[in-house]
Design a protein around this ligand. Structure first.
Ligand SMILES: *Cc1c(COP(=O)(O)O)cnc(C)c1O
Length: 392
């Protein structure tokens, strides 16, 4: 481990040098299968030629000019994302946390314009929205917050997947201006809300005049088998954020909004030096091109269904397995005990990259470009690991 890196991560003892599709090679030439995609980032796999080409071309043409000038690729990316998502306007940032910061600021400004003194945003238990001060406050996990007090005012927490709790907020809290939730909680353990939850939030927001804001940083860009997580419920949010897979590894985040919410920010309201620069936006455009031409959203839906069915068949009978669940290629295997050590075992014994979240949930977020044969390998390896773990 390097002495010169702040110890923000307990890193696994492997250094990858090269990747191709779902495969990675370490410095000794060992090959690994990546069922995590850099945490739902490299949805097209590693070193995708179309993204590499776009980034190389743009790097050799123009990397950055600042948002003081018009930026062609940024305008095109905004137009294409808005068309895809039914949104009217985009603000580009460099990460998920920043995209959410933009959404939070937008909601507050929107509230103040309507005369609300202390605009309050309702957030959920078990949520994850990032590590900046406002987004860690919005995050429903004490471990993320502890030691960073004082936290930011203006958030109100309710249980996830609980419309009753939101109704109670509506009755009692006049300063609420927005609800911010994930369509599926990723870091919270691949938690899928009941059918009707997002639709219920939509009607509540309509009735109360609240903004419905969805954090699609992990669920967005095809991961769940739809372009965006809210499309599983046929509702449209007022504000949504994207990041992880938007640049296939090139840092980029976006806050999209429609209707009145789209014109809240005015010159001076919000800004980013790097956000939406030509390089990042070219990567985003290349990602959209590949997703569309290879129909990867449908692929994620179909392959995800099969992968989950196979995992269920192999794992559900085991005593320590609580549930196999997921949406598209966002997959969780919940065990009855903490299983963090499976990550190291998978790496060592199976040369497989997986993740464990919420202590007891083994999480798979493989590239959407995964071949059937590679999906089988993941199922085999995960089944062996889990069977050995709960069996002994
Ligand atoms: C990863 C994630 C974030 C934070 O993104 P960063 O790019 O790490 O800032 C926010 N929300 C959700 C749902 C995420 O999964």
């Amino acid at each position: 481990m390097s002495d010169h890196l702040m110890a923000t991560y307990a890193r696994l003892p492997v250094r990858f040098e090269r990747g191709e599709g779902p495969w990675l090679w370490d410095e000794r030439g060992n090959r690994y299968l990546d069922a995590l995609s850099g945490i739902a980032v490299c949805n097209l796999g590693h070193a995708h030629p179309a993204v590499a080409r776009a980034v190389c071309e743009q790097a050799a043409t123009l990397v950055h000019v600042s948002n003081l000038y018009r930026i062609g690729p940024q305008e095109t990316l905004a137009e294409r994302l808005c068309a895809r998502a039914g949104m009217d306007a985009a603000f580009f940032a460099n990460s998920g946390a920043e995209a959410n910061e933009a959404a939070i600021k937008l909601a507050r400004l929107w509230g103040h314009r309507r005369g609300v003194q202390n605009p309050t945003i309702v957030v959920a238990e078990g949520s994850f929205h990032g590590r900046t001060l406002a987004t860690l406050t919005a995050t429903g996990n004490r471990k993320v917050q502890a030691g960073f007090e004082p936290l930011v005012h203006g958030f109100l927490r309710v249980p996830y997947d609980d419309l009753e709790a939101l109704e109670a907020v509506a009755r009692n809290m006049p300063e609420v201006v927005a609800v911010l939730v994930e369509p599926v909680q990723g870091e919270g353990g691949v938690r899928i809300p009941s059918a009707g939850y997002l639709a219920g939030i939509r009607s509540l927001c309509d009735r109360q005049g609240w903004l419905m804001m969805l954090d699609e940083v992990q669920t967005g860009m095809g991961r769940t088998g739809r372009w965006f997580g809210w499309q599983h419920e046929n509702v449209t949010p007022d504000v949504m954020t994207l990041a992880k897979a938007l640049g296939n590894g090139v840092p980029i985040g976006a806050c999209l909004a429609r209707g009145e919410a789209a014109s809240v920010f005015q010159p001076g309201s919000h800004a980013s030096t790097f956000g939406g620069n030509p390089l990042a936006c070219r990567a985003g455009l290349a990602v959209l091109d590949v997703m569309e031409s290879e129909d990867l959203v449908a692929r994620a839906a179909a392959l995800g269904k099969r992968l989950r069915a196979e995992l269920k068949e192999r794992l559900a009978p085991l005593p320590g397995v609580v549930e196999v669940r997921g949406r598209g290629l966002m997959v969780g295997v919940e065990l009855d005990r903490p299983c963090g050590e499976l990550v190291g075992r998978a790496l060592e014994q199976e040369r497989l990259l997986i993740n464990v979240t919420a202590d007891r949930v083994l999480r798979l977020l493989p590239p959407l470009t995964l071949a059937d044969e590679e999906a089988h390998r993941i199922v085999d390896a995960v089944s062996r690991l889990v069977a050995a773990f709960v069996g002994g």
